[in-house]
Design a protein around this ligand. Structure first.
Ligand code: GUN
Ligand code: ZN
Length: 479
């Protein structure tokens, strides 16, 4: 359970000074939308979605107090932020993204293994430096917020300092952030290589310092089976076991079955394993808090095993298209009972905006005869993602007691989006066009734990916190 977090006063130095006064009771007025449950794949989401045009989202001490219809406004004890004519959604959740890879997003001409060597490893090597890590963490988290994402499961680099910097910056921003030091003891450049004993000491130090502090959690992060020895994977599994009772347990994040050359390489490296997934299963790495990126080339046995373990797939269509990796069959994963959460996978993916992830996801699924509704897409990047991360009690929707992580979006930015909105005849049509056409330029405001964060006036890359409450103790834990 989240512990109380105050609006931070020690803002990163590159942020403009705060504007606005702290207020423990805040009412946002706008077109509020969130999911009560999984809407499924039908265009009819009756009963699964709540939409309150010009409704009221009441936030008390940083947590959702209530959602009310337009004709039931709060009394004068509530400060008001008027977002009428805007779409008010729970902040998006990104379950798989690489902080240091903002430096290599949109790099030309390579498939996965080549791309790692040519672009990614050299970029990640720079994060050995503590100051680079600090600046990189702030740049990354501000960018994430600016793209409408308020919670994430993030790859740092192999360096302890890179995850330390992310935890510090995330805590200052009051964000729900899960990250961890990358484990990598072979098949990578020497300056990115750790060893089992040192990696374990680093992990333990980071876990003891950060796991369960405010809204932070630790993710054991073997990059992928190619860059960790069997001994290192066993150490990683040991950590999951050792800390299973601490703050709900650690998370585990890695990559699996992304690219066919990669799958062949893993079979050579682990000849005794039945499959790529089996390497992780055999080292105790599949839990309810395991998020495996891609999983395009898994088979039915693998999917059943993931379902049994309660592990999830991070679906990264932008990355899968950009690196030419393949098309994930979401319906098949769902039929097997495996949770699927859309993810940006920047820098393999080419946008931090989860709306771009969904638009690419729609196209990847359309090639396989599947149709991603706006309902399922928006559910999957909010409440659905929260569910795969065992965070449904805290984020992804607006039930009373959840953290007030809120993004206010413009329905239309520019004439083309506006025309399409004007022509839409149903809420689903409106939302689907919005999901497909909108991006970070549509973001009007971001609230994290009830604190409003606004773009600095002169620098669109800089962000400015506006205190509008603080995240007080949990008042209710919705089922
Ligand atoms: N497999 C191992 N490392 C990576 C990475 O950084 N990005 C992607 N997309 N796949 C990986
Ligand atoms: Zn990745």
């Amino acid at each position: 359970m989240t512990t109380p977090t105050a609006c931070p006063t020690d803002r990163p130095p590159n942020l403009a000074p705060a504007s606005g006064a702290a207020h423990p009771r805040l009412a946002l007025c706008g077109d509020i939308l969130y999911f009560l449950r999984d809407p499924g794949w039908s265009e009819d989401a009756t009963g699964a979605v709540r939409f309150e045009p010009d409704g009221w989202l009441l936030i008390e001490h940083g947590r959702v107090h209530a959602v009310r219809p337009a004709d039931d406004p709060p009394d004068a004890s509530w400060a008001r932020h008027d977002w009428r004519g805007h779409l008010v959604l729970p902040g998006f959740i990104d379950p798989h993204v690489h902080a240091p890879q903002l430096d290599v997003i949109a790099s030309f001409g390579a498939a996965l293994l080549d791309w790692l060597e040519r672009y990614t490893f050299p970029a990640e090597a720079r994060y050995a430096d503590a100051e680079q890590s600090r600046l990189g963490a702030e740049r990354f988290l501000h960018a994430l917020l600016a793209h409408g994402t308020t919670a994430a499961l993030v790859f740092a680099t192999v360096h302890k300092t890179s995850s330390d910097a992310l935890f510090k910056a995330g805590r200052r921003l009051g964000m729900r952030l899960i990250t961890g030091k990358v484990l990598m003891d072979r098949n990578c450049p020497a300056d990115l290589r750790d060893d089992v004993a040192q990696a374990e000491r680093d992990c333990v130090e980071l876990i003891e310092r950060w796991h369960g502090v405010d809204r932070l959690a630790y993710a054991v992060t073997p990059r992928f089976a190619a860059t960790s020895s069997a001994e290192q994977l066993a150490m990683a599994g040991g950590l999951l076991q050792r800390y299973a009772q601490r703050a709900g347990g650690l998370y585990m994040q890695t990559h699996v079955a992304e690219n066919r050359d990669e799958v062949r390489w893993i079979a050579e490296l682990f000849p005794d394993s039945r499959s790529y997934l089996d390497v992780y299963a055999g080292h105790g790495l599949l839990t309810r808090r395991s998020m495996l990126a891609h999983g395009i080339w898994l088979d039915d046995t693998d999917r059943d095993r993931m379902a049994q373990a309660g592990s999830s797939i991070a679906f990264s269509p932008s990355s899968n298209l950009f690196l030419g990796s393949g098309l994930l069959d979401w319906a098949r994963a769902e039929r097997a009972g495996v949770g699927v959460a859309p993810a940006s996978d920047v820098g393999g993916g080419t946008s931090l905006c989860q709306l771009r992830t969904l638009a690419d996801g729609y196209k990847v699924l359309a090639l396989q005869g599947q149709r991603l509704t706006a309902w399922q897409g928006l559910y999957a990047v909010t409440r659905g993602a929260a569910r795969t991360l065992e965070l449904e009690h805290e984020i992804g929707h607006f039930a009373p007691g959840t953290a007030a992580d809120v993004v206010v979006w413009r329905w239309a930015e520019g004439a083309v989006q506006q025309r399409r909105q004007d022509m839409a005849r149903s809420l689903h049509e409106r939302l689907f066009a919005w999901m497909t056409l909108a991006d970070e330029r549509n973001v009007a405001a971001v609230y994290v734990g009830g604190c409003k964060i606004v773009p600095a006036v002169q620098d669109s890359a800089g962000w400015n916190r506006e205190a509008a409450g603080h995240l007080g103790p949990a008042v209710a834990r919705p089922g």
